[in-house]
Design a binder for this molecule. Sequence first.
Ligand code: NAD
Length: 287
Amino acid sequence: AAWITEFVTATEGGRPAPAVSGPHAERFGGQLVLVTGAGSGIGRATAFAFAEAGARVVAVDRDAQSAARTAELSRLVGAPEAWAETVDVSDEQAMEQLAAKVAAEYGVVDVLVNNAGIGLAGSFFDTTVEDWRKVLDVNLWGVIHGCRLFGKQMAERGQGGHIVNTASAAAYLPSKALPAYSTSKAAVLMLSECLRAELAGQGIGVSAICPGFVNTAITSTARFTGVDADEEKRRQKRSARLYGLRNYPPEKVAEAIVRAVVRNQAVVPVTAEARGGRLMSRFTPGA
Ligand code: NAD
């Protein structure tokens, strides 16, 4: 929520945390929530939203400093406990070590948010094999590792849980400027739906979140290779208007993520209007 950002800015000096408040106050009391890519943008806002709702938070990022900061601020906004872990989600071994450490030291994760991702803009023929691998390694394999390792722990424990994967509106809006990124996100969307079917009988929900344009580092630092950046920006604006995608603050996406867990939603387009959702329904009959 917006107040969290204001609060965090105001508490740079370390004022005491306010009582937990908001629509899901205490809803996640005592639950363990792990967020990847928690050092910035949507991931950080999501860590705060769960912290506000009383959860214990594990903030995972490849950037140690920003993960530590998110953990520290999560405690300030209401998490009874919060820890930072520095891991590259595309590194299978590191993820295995993380899963083992979290289970041993903090417990089985109740809510997993596979959110870490990188942007990559460039036309199909200007995207190198190395770039394809990089974006698939983080955006797709990072999610696969998270689901395999933490999903297994949830299933073995037998007390349910929830997995949220951050896909994107790019998963279903084709763009000649984002072939690798969009492909990685389409794969995350399908992976989420398959896993949702697989885990439904065990009380474990799986949600795919599909934000439009969000004000974060990933969008402000986007680079374009092999496409006319101005033309691409105009095209994005046109499709944003067409599909009702508005520039969203990350806190709104975080709220949608918490709601997706509470309501056990399958696919969640996070756009200003419902048109994004109607468009989605062409692609995901089960949504
Ligand atoms: P961001 O760049 O602000 O945050 C991404 C975070 O992930 C950073 O802290 C970064 O250090 C971390 N990260 C990157 N690669 C990692 C790795 N290999 N291992 C661990 N951590 C890693 O961007 P954001 O907009 O908050 O993005 C979060 C997610 O939302 C991404 O999956 C992104 O694709 C998705 N998304 C963003 C938008 C948007 O418009 N911003 C729209 C749709 C989807």
